[in-house]
Design a protein around this ligand. Structure first.
Ligand code: SME
Length: 153
Protein backbone atom coordinates (compact mmCIF):
# COMPACT_ATOMS: atom_id res chain seq x y z
CA UNK A 1 0.00 0.00 0.00
CA UNK A 2 1.48 3.33 -1.15
CA UNK A 3 0.33 6.73 0.10
CA UNK A 4 -2.15 8.61 -2.11
CA UNK A 5 -1.22 12.16 -1.17
CA UNK A 6 -4.38 13.73 -2.59
CA UNK A 7 -6.54 11.47 -0.43
CA UNK A 8 -4.25 11.94 2.58
CA UNK A 9 -4.40 15.70 2.14
CA UNK A 10 -8.20 15.68 2.17
CA UNK A 11 -8.34 13.39 5.23
CA UNK A 12 -5.73 15.33 7.20
CA UNK A 13 -7.32 18.62 6.21
CA UNK A 14 -10.69 17.47 7.56
CA UNK A 15 -9.20 16.04 10.77
CA UNK A 16 -7.19 19.18 11.56
CA UNK A 17 -9.70 21.83 10.47
CA UNK A 18 -9.85 24.68 12.97
CA UNK A 19 -6.94 23.35 15.07
CA UNK A 20 -3.92 25.60 15.64
CA UNK A 21 -2.00 23.69 18.36
CA UNK A 22 1.22 22.49 16.70
CA UNK A 23 1.60 19.32 18.80
CA UNK A 24 -2.00 18.27 18.21
CA UNK A 25 -1.49 18.85 14.49
CA UNK A 26 1.77 16.88 14.49
CA UNK A 27 0.18 13.93 16.32
CA UNK A 28 -2.63 13.78 13.77
CA UNK A 29 -0.35 14.11 10.75
CA UNK A 30 2.06 11.34 11.82
CA UNK A 31 -0.80 8.99 12.68
CA UNK A 32 -2.41 9.37 9.25
CA UNK A 33 0.87 9.27 7.32
CA UNK A 34 2.32 6.29 9.17
CA UNK A 35 -0.67 4.03 8.61
CA UNK A 36 -1.13 5.06 4.98
CA UNK A 37 2.05 3.56 3.54
CA UNK A 38 3.85 0.25 4.12
CA UNK A 39 7.19 1.92 3.31
CA UNK A 40 6.92 4.16 6.40
CA UNK A 41 8.57 2.31 9.30
CA UNK A 42 9.16 5.38 11.47
CA UNK A 43 7.23 8.62 11.04
CA UNK A 44 7.79 11.57 13.34
CA UNK A 45 8.54 15.20 13.99
CA UNK A 46 11.59 16.77 15.57
CA UNK A 47 10.73 20.22 16.92
CA UNK A 48 12.94 23.29 17.06
CA UNK A 49 12.96 23.90 20.84
CA UNK A 50 15.92 26.31 21.00
CA UNK A 51 18.40 27.71 18.46
CA UNK A 52 20.21 24.90 16.61
CA UNK A 53 18.49 22.12 18.56
CA UNK A 54 15.77 19.64 17.62
CA UNK A 55 13.80 17.62 20.17
CA UNK A 56 11.54 14.71 19.45
CA UNK A 57 7.86 15.36 18.92
CA UNK A 58 4.90 13.13 18.09
CA UNK A 59 5.93 9.97 16.26
CA UNK A 60 4.86 6.47 15.26
CA UNK A 61 7.23 3.48 15.30
CA UNK A 62 10.07 2.38 17.59
CA UNK A 63 11.70 4.82 20.06
CA UNK A 64 13.58 7.70 18.52
CA UNK A 65 16.51 9.65 19.92
CA UNK A 66 15.35 12.58 22.05
CA UNK A 67 17.62 15.39 20.84
CA UNK A 68 19.40 16.20 17.58
CA UNK A 69 21.61 19.26 17.16
CA UNK A 70 21.37 21.01 13.77
CA UNK A 71 24.99 19.88 13.21
CA UNK A 72 24.12 16.18 13.15
CA UNK A 73 22.11 13.63 11.21
CA UNK A 74 19.73 13.84 8.30
CA UNK A 75 17.30 15.80 10.46
CA UNK A 76 19.98 18.31 11.38
CA UNK A 77 20.83 18.72 7.70
CA UNK A 78 17.19 19.47 6.83
CA UNK A 79 16.94 21.98 9.71
CA UNK A 80 20.31 23.61 8.89
CA UNK A 81 19.78 23.92 5.12
CA UNK A 82 16.00 24.30 4.99
CA UNK A 83 16.07 21.73 2.19
CA UNK A 84 14.36 18.36 1.82
CA UNK A 85 16.78 15.47 2.42
CA UNK A 86 16.10 12.45 0.19
CA UNK A 87 18.46 9.68 1.31
CA UNK A 88 18.44 6.48 -0.75
CA UNK A 89 21.06 4.76 1.43
CA UNK A 90 21.46 5.96 5.02
CA UNK A 91 24.80 4.13 5.34
CA UNK A 92 26.27 6.49 2.77
CA UNK A 93 24.97 9.64 4.50
CA UNK A 94 27.82 11.15 6.52
CA UNK A 95 26.66 11.56 10.12
CA UNK A 96 23.40 9.60 9.78
CA UNK A 97 21.90 8.86 13.20
CA UNK A 98 20.55 5.30 13.29
CA UNK A 99 17.64 5.03 15.71
CA UNK A 100 16.96 1.57 14.26
CA UNK A 101 19.55 -0.72 12.63
CA UNK A 102 16.88 -1.80 10.13
CA UNK A 103 16.58 1.67 8.51
CA UNK A 104 17.82 1.72 4.88
CA UNK A 105 16.47 5.00 3.47
CA UNK A 106 14.99 8.22 4.77
CA UNK A 107 13.23 11.43 3.81
CA UNK A 108 13.29 14.54 6.00
CA UNK A 109 11.40 17.76 5.25
CA UNK A 110 11.53 21.16 6.94
CA UNK A 111 8.23 22.30 8.52
CA UNK A 112 7.47 26.04 8.47
CA UNK A 113 4.74 28.13 10.07
CA UNK A 114 2.70 30.91 8.44
CA UNK A 115 5.61 33.36 8.74
CA UNK A 116 8.07 30.92 7.20
CA UNK A 117 9.76 30.19 10.53
CA UNK A 118 11.21 26.69 10.96
CA UNK A 119 8.95 24.86 13.45
CA UNK A 120 10.24 21.31 13.05
CA UNK A 121 11.32 18.68 10.59
CA UNK A 122 9.27 15.66 9.50
CA UNK A 123 11.34 12.48 9.43
CA UNK A 124 10.21 9.26 7.72
CA UNK A 125 12.43 6.16 7.82
CA UNK A 126 12.03 3.04 5.70
CA UNK A 127 13.54 -0.43 5.99
CA UNK A 128 13.47 -0.51 2.18
CA UNK A 129 16.42 0.92 0.22
CA UNK A 130 15.72 4.02 -1.94
CA UNK A 131 12.10 3.96 -0.76
CA UNK A 132 11.36 7.66 -1.40
CA UNK A 133 11.25 9.85 -4.50
CA UNK A 134 10.42 13.40 -5.55
CA UNK A 135 6.73 12.53 -5.66
CA UNK A 136 6.86 11.76 -1.94
CA UNK A 137 8.75 14.98 -1.27
CA UNK A 138 6.19 17.02 -3.21
CA UNK A 139 3.15 15.29 -1.70
CA UNK A 140 4.44 15.53 1.85
CA UNK A 141 5.47 19.16 1.40
CA UNK A 142 1.94 20.04 0.21
CA UNK A 143 0.43 18.45 3.33
CA UNK A 144 2.89 20.18 5.66
CA UNK A 145 2.22 23.56 4.04
CA UNK A 146 -1.56 23.00 4.26
CA UNK A 147 -1.44 22.08 7.96
CA UNK A 148 1.38 24.20 9.40
CA UNK A 149 1.52 27.07 6.95
CA UNK A 150 -1.65 28.48 8.50
CA UNK A 151 -0.44 28.66 12.13
CA UNK A 152 1.38 31.41 14.00
CA UNK A 153 4.06 29.99 16.24
N1 SME B 1 17.86 9.21 11.27
C1 SME B 1 17.67 10.54 11.82
C2 SME B 1 17.51 10.46 13.33
C3 SME B 1 16.13 10.29 13.80
S1 SME B 1 15.79 8.54 14.03
O1 SME B 1 15.92 7.99 12.68
C4 SME B 1 14.09 8.50 14.40
C5 SME B 1 18.88 11.44 11.49
O2 SME B 1 19.91 10.94 11.00
O3 SME B 1 18.76 12.65 11.76
Amino acid sequence: MRADYDTLSKTIGALTEGESDAVALMATVVCELHHADARFDWTGFYRVTEPKLLKIGPYQGGHGCLQIPFSRGVCGAAARTGEVQLVDDVDSFDGHIACASSTRSEIVLPVRDGQGRLLAVLDIDSDQPAAFDQGDADGLARILEMVFGRIES
